[in-house]
Design a protein around this ligand. Structure first.
Ligand SMILES: Nc1ncnc2c1ncn2[C@@H]1O[C@H](COP(=O)(O)OP(=O)(O)OP(=O)(O)O)[C@@H](O)[C@H]1O
Ligand SMILES: [Mg+2]
Length: 463
């Protein structure tokens, strides 16, 4: 058989070449060209899959159909029984859909997907777990732990340890499971493409062909994908437009808290987040995350409680800062859980408009529990934590009985700007007994917010 025509695509810029080059002629990056199958059909993979998605037979010669006349099955969704996961998916798994679960190594992707399959299998669904990474024995060890814990049924899940795409697809066709997990998309490879598993071409090919089978057989597929910390690795990024849902698993491996976030969802909203805790028996949903984080919050200089919004839910998290004299030029700015550029902005405004200079100090900011807050509403909490740390002052004063809560965006002129859902953030803080809440509604400028938190100039001068 003649080898199918292939092209070479740059994983950085998408530039296409007929032959392989060491350096991409498009963007100048080195070693980014990978081989993939040339689009055989005129309209390529996307059109093929879109057409396949419509359950109704197409009119002859591609005659457009009125949407009213399109037949759409209302197949009930498959509930995994993991409340947070079902909620993120918009009410369970849609049959025939493709869900990408991305996350850094060791975060718990295999654990979560094994649990989901175990629970589904336990409730009488046909499932299949395809692993290209671990041996059946390794998977069994994890399943034993989960069976004893939160996912009875985990040991009944059929597994297939396989890395050859054709073999996996043949099994899918033969077994026709209702839900299948492929762990991971980067370990499968199509034999007729020369690229190594995990290259852009291979990953795209694997996902496209799995999708064709999934849509045809009605199998819902959960694709596991690795991403590096900065999300850069070839793979999941190129799949985002292809799949129906993208769930991102975040958190730090060493910490017990994990958040699962919907980045894209064709069947539900995307602004929701689930919080999990990694335990012996598997991942456990944390329904009272705010209570935990507030309960663990310290009462020391440099600590403040941020009333954040995680999607549609308010979440209280502790933000800590450490400011210490530095020998380095430029000094260190280390962040965990917030955006580094956002810290730069906050430090600049603190120095320029609130008299808190940190130009010769290392600044560390950490959102406790491994939670990530990517919203401008975190600015004020970061600023208060840094100011408290810089001045060695407990926010709200030494004798205030509860931690101070804060939220709000900081503008470049030192003003505080309202953020979405300020009422719900306030309610959440009040619900957990935080007496003092500093926000744009109570303080129009950063300077006044610092004064309200007792870390303003006057306190400093008096100390
Ligand atoms: N006995 C145990 N008790 C508690 N936690 C455990 C136990 N064994 C493993 N873990 C946790 O599970 C995590 C690994 O989970 P899992 O294998 O699901 O991650 P993953 O995202 O699939 O990783 P990989 O990228 O290696 O496939 C480890 O980081 C560890 O914290
Ligand atoms: Mg894994």
């Amino acid at each position: 058989m003649a080898r199918p025509a292939t092209i070479h695509v740059c994983s950085a810029c998408g530039h296409v070449e007929a032959k392989w080059h060491g350096q991409c002629p498009g963007c100048g990056e080195w070693n980014t060209l990978t081989e993939e199958r040339a689009p055989a059909r005129v309209t390529g993979a996307a059109a093929g899959s879109r057409a396949a998605r419509a359950a109704a037979p197409r009119g002859p010669g591609g005659t457009p159909q009125r949407l009213r006349d399109v037949h759409a099955d209302r197949t009930p969704r498959l509930l995994t029984g993991i409340g947070e996961l079902d909620r993120l998916l918009g009410g369970g798994i849609v049959p025939g859909s493709l869900v990408l679960i991305g996350g850094s190594p060791g975060i718990g992707k295999s654990t979560l997907t094994t649990m989901a399959l175990g629970l589904l299998q336990g409730s009488g669904r046909r499932t299949l777990y395809v692993s290209g990474e671990e041996s059946p024995a390794q998977i069994r060890l994890r399943a034993e732990r989960l069976e004893a814990g939160s996912a009875p049924g985990a040991l009944d899940v059929p597994v297939l340890a396989e890395t050859d795409l054709d073999a996996v697809l043949a099994t899918l066709e033969a077994e026709q499971p209702e839900v299948c997990v492929i762990d991971s998309v980067q370990t499968l490879a199509a034999g007729d493409l020369s690229g190594a598993p995990g290259t852009v071409g291979q990953v795209r090919e694997v996902a496209t062909r799995v999708m064709e089978v999934a849509k045809r057989t009605g199998t819902a597929v959960l694709l596991v994908g690795h991403v590096t910390k900065d999300g850069a690795l070839a793979g999941p990024r190129v799949l985002e437009h292809l799949v129906d849902c993208v769930l991102q698993f975040e958190g730090e491996r060493e910490r017990t808290y994990r958040t699962l976030r919907a980045l894209k969802n064709r069947f539900g909203s995307t602004n929701d987040v689930g919080v999990f805790e990694m335990r012996d028996g598997g991942l456990v949903e944390v329904l009272d995350a705010s209570a935990r984080f507030v309960g663990e919050a310290t009462r020391a200089p440099g600590s403040v409680v941020l009333a954040a919004m995680e999607g549609s839910r308010p979440l209280l998290v502790e933000v800590q800062a450490l400011v210490s004299p530095s020998e380095l030029v430029p000094p260190r700015r280390v962040v965990n859980g917030i955006d580094r550029n956002r810290l730069a902005l906050v430090l600049a405004v603190l120095a320029r408009h609130a008299g808190v200079g940190t130009g010769t100090a290392d600044v560390f900011v950490n959102v406790v529990g491994g939670v990530r807050v990517d919203e401008p509403g975190a600015d004020l909490a970061v600023a208060l934590a840094v100011a408290g740390a810089a001045r060695g002052v407990v926010l709200g004063g030494e004798d205030s009985p509860t931690p101070v809560a804060a939220f709000g965006e900081i503008g470049l002129t030192g003003e505080l700007r309202s953020v979405a859902h300020h009422d719900r953030r306030r309610e959440e803080a009040e619900k957990f007994g935080l007496a003092q809440i500093i926000s744009p509604e109570s303080a129009p400028t950063l300077r006044e917010a610092l004064r309200a938190g007792a870390v303003g100039r006057r306190v400093h001068a008096a100390a």
